[in-house]
Unconditional design. Structure first.
Length: 57
């Protein structure tokens, strides 16, 4: 189910603004699921994007 969650969260990225999903949360979820799947580089990239989004608020 994690792979499906990753796919769904990735679909949300370009739609986050219109769906009113905070990008910090979305990228955080992507980081967590990527880490759970062993995708360390992706997890680190999403974690960085989550931190950047937090600073843009």
């Amino acid at each position: 189910m994690r792979a499906k969650a990753l796919q769904e969260f990735e679909w949300c990225v370009p739609h986050a603004d219109e769906a009113n999903i905070p990008k910090q949360n979305l990228y955080g979820w992507l980081a967590k699921v990527s880490d759970d799947l062993g995708l360390k580089a992706d997890a680190e990239r999403y974690d960085k994007l989550a931190k950047e989004a937090a600073h843009q608020r």
